[in-house]
Design a protein around this ligand. Structure first.
Ligand code: UGA
Length: 417
């Protein structure tokens, strides 16, 4: 099939390139000309493992255009950003504007697939713009940054909200090779599923963090408790890693937006509010743990800045709040991240030192603070660390490191050694 992708950001690129891998012909469109020029050279402006290789492999089936008039095909995916407005509500302006533009251009009936995360009822608004000249479909995405290609090719489910058989048939063709994973439902439920899924995962993490804080006070070990509860199939092991909490471009934005959808409909989303609250406090608590230890300013090596491993994404990363807190208490920061340094420079400017590798960060530091659990940090050579650090102290925000016994080690929700 010929498929257009409007919006060549993170979601659009991953979706389109993976759809090309499934055999479709893809036209990417973006209103950022520079981005389109970069993509034409087969360069990917984001870091996502495996995506570039897949783009190169499928390049003969992929086209990049700047003009929306060249981006019309029978199936059009809208992969546009829905950032929070001042209120915390999802701003659907760009989706509406593009729909108005498309509605002026298209001549015969199209299928418009809304991939962006949108408040319940948005597809209905889009339908009004197109009238009977388009099927409007909701197809929320559940890809994780860093594993997006794998997740696309091996989905737990593909949720598709439709309101007629023609749209259903077309979407079956789009996902022909993954069709046994499709769950069809009504459009509003598909829109709601996306928010409910992200909110549930976020609150699962906040829950385990709250239990971890209690473990720390009572002498229990959160790692054991995780296995103890996660082995119950009804609970499951995933998203039960205690730490400094969640960040990124999705959970913070979507939990807030869900609260706003609740407000508009007279339903207070109490559990989601509590999950956000716990998440903010988790960052504060970890920062204060470090401050309380040193009392006064210290020179700290931060390992990991991205909101999670395998991405260069710094959006709402816990590292931002933690570093800003430490800077405000006159700490000196030497930070290293395998991929996120460029983005971190935009945030911290000259305020911190950007280390070229792990040991450059550790050298002369009064302690190591781990904020992102990159695989690379598993292989720290503790013999070198021991020699180059001023003090052998570790604050592990992800319960990830296994240092030798002569290092003083503080994790999250772990008993005192
Ligand atoms: C999340 C969802 O997992 C995807 O299904 C969804 O498609 C995506 O949002 C989206 O809406 O676009 P993502 O933001 O890439 O994906 O990241 P996750 O892997 O879900 O991690 C989110 C945050 O939770 C990270 O900061 C991570 O460090 C934290 N986390 C995760 C924990 O603190 N503990 C855990 O056990 C798991």
């Amino acid at each position: 099939m010929k498929i257009s992708i409007i919006g060549s950001g993170y979601v659009g690129l991953t979706t389109g390139i993976c759809l090309a891998e499934l055999g479709h012909e893809i036209i990417f469109m973006d209103n950022n000309k520079e981005k389109i020029e970069v993509l034409k050279k087969l360069e990917i402006p984001i870091y996502e493992p495996g995506l570039k290789e897949l783009l190169i492999k499928n390049k003969d089936r992929i086209k990049f255009v700047f003009d929306i008039k060249e981006a019309v095909s029978d199936v059009i995916f809208l992969c546009l950003p829905t950032p929070p407005n001042n209120n915390g509500e999802a701003d659907i302006n760009s989706i509406i504007q593009v729909s108005i533009e498309l509605a002026k251009i298209i001549k015969d009936k199209k299928t418009i697939v809304v991939k962006s995360t949108v408040p319940v009822g948005t597809c209905e608004k889009i339908k009004q713009i197109f009238g009977n000249r388009a099927n409007v479909v909701s197809n929320p995405e559940f890809l994780r940054e860093g594993y997006a290609v794998y997740d696309f090719m091996n989905p737990d489910r593909i949720v598709i909200g439709v309101d007629n058989d023609e749209a259903k048939r077309i979407m079956k063709n789009v996902y022909e090779k993954l069709k046994e994973k499709i769950i069809f439902m009504d459009i509003k439920s598909a829109e709601m599923t996306k928010y409910a899924a992200n909110a549930f995962l976020a609150l699962k993490i906040s829950f385990i963090n709250e239990i971890a804080n209690l473990c720390e006070k009572t002498g229990a070990n959160i790692k054991n408790v995780k296995v103890g509860i996660g082995s119950d199939n009804r609970i499951g092991m995933s998203f039960l890693n205690a730490g400094i909490g969640w960040g990124g471009s999705c959970f913070p934005k979507d939990t807030l937006a869900l609260i706003k959808i609740g407000e508009k409909n007279g339903v207070e989303m109490k559990i989601v509010k509590a999950a956000i609250d716990v998440n903010i406090k988790q960052r504060e608590m970890f920062s204060k743990k470090i401050l309380n230890y040193y009392k006064d300013k210290a020179k700290i090596a931060i390992l990991g800045l991205a909101f999670k491993p395998n991405t260069d994404d710094m959006r709402d990363a816990p590292s931002i709040d933690i570093i800003n807190f430490l800077l405000s208490r006159n700490f000196e920061i030497k930070a290293y991240d395998p991929k996120a340094l460029k983005n971190a420079k935009q945030i911290f400017g000259e305020k911190i030192y950007y280390a070229s590798d792990i040991y450059d960060a550790l050298k002369d530091s009064d302690g190591l603070v781990l904020l992102t659990e990159w695989d690379e940090f598993k292989n720290i050579d503790w013999n070198i660390a021991r020699k180059i650090m001023n003090k052998k102290i570790i604050f592990d925000g992800r319960n990830f490191l296994k240092p030798p016994k002569d290092f003083e080690y503080y994790g999250i929700g772990l008993p005192k050694e």
